[in-house]
Design a protein around this ligand. Structure first.
Ligand code: SF4
Ligand code: SF4
Length: 262
């Protein structure tokens, strides 16, 4: 941790950043923290209780617009950062990324290429609880799985914390708030909740980093991140991994088949 504090101090003292996005100690667990000076850097922490994907703040214009930003990024935040670059949401000359390894050591990336090389070689941190539930879900019949998600989503009260926690949900106007036409029932019902989550998950196709922040943010504990996880797997199996050339639902080629429209 001392390494992180002194590194961030140095970034401020050399006038390389205006803001650093990291964590500070919270009441129970560490919480997001925004450092604006070398003195603030003393408050930064990083440990295995640091939850959430800090990359979510990189598209918040009110926080970082026009600023030179530093960020401490977990493996999953690095994946989101790479994806945000693919989607032209970040500028390389305005961002300094400190990769945080599980043992607390720091990776100093010189740019996007180094991040991508690291991600291509690094192993994703294990998530035992998720793996167990995914195994249970994969052993269910289609009808049982539908029932599982219907039961879970009947509890959803559309607080949109899952959306707020996700680095890939950066649209200024979300489909859920559009009422001409009204794409999704705004009131709470199992069907309307299903519509909302199926839409959210579809928008994540080929873009989700599998960070789990959406599930962790849900106040009633719906394991919503596993729906995006399953979508990611399905998309990768059928269409390949997303890459700089584009993503499944945001890429158009003139020779794409359009017979599905007819
Ligand atoms: S959908 Fe959930 S798991 Fe995927 S990137 Fe967003 S917050 Fe992370
Ligand atoms: S965080 Fe949970 S309750 Fe809130 S909208 Fe998402 S799934 Fe529904």
């Amino acid at each position: 941790m001392a390494e992180l504090n002194s590194k961030v101090k140095e970034l401020f003292e050399k006038d390389l950043i205006d803001i650093f996005i990291g964590y500070e100690e919270g009441t129970r667990n560490p919480r997001p923290y925004f450092a604006y000076s070398a003195q603030d850097a003393d408050n930064l922490v990083f440990n295995d209780k640091c939850q959430g994907n800090l990359a979510v703040y990189l598209t918040r214009k009110d926080l970082v617009g026009g600023k030179r930003v530093g960020i401490s990024a977990s493996y999953f935040a690095l994946k989101s950062i790479s994806q945000l670059f693919d989607e032209n949401q970040l500028k390389e000359d305005l961002l300094i990324v400190l990769g945080m390894k599980e043992d607390g050591s720091i990776l100093e990336f010189k740019g996007l290429d180094e991040i991508r090389t690291y991600l291509s070689e690094a192993k994703a941190p294990s998530k035992q609880k998720d793996d167990e539930l995914l195994k249970e879900l994969s052993e269910m019949s289609q009808a049982e799985r539908w029932q599982f998600w219907s039961d879970e989503l009947s509890k959803c009260f559309k607080c949109y914390a899952c959306r707020a926690a996700c680095p890939m949900c950066y649209c200024t106007k979300c489909i859920i708030e559009v009422n001409r036409p009204q794409w999704i029932q705004p009131w709470i019902s199992t069907q309307g909740n299903m519509e909302w989550q199926i839409n959210r998950v579809m928008h994540m196709a080929g873009r989700c980093s599998d960070c789990g922040s959406c599930g962790a943010a849900c106040p009633i504990g719906i394991p919503i991140h596993l729906l995006t996880h399953m979508m990611t797997k399905t998309v990768a199996a059928n269409f390949g991994e997303s890459n700089e050339q584009g993503n499944v639902l945001s890429t158009f080629k003139p020779d794409d088949k359009e017979n599905f429209i007819l």
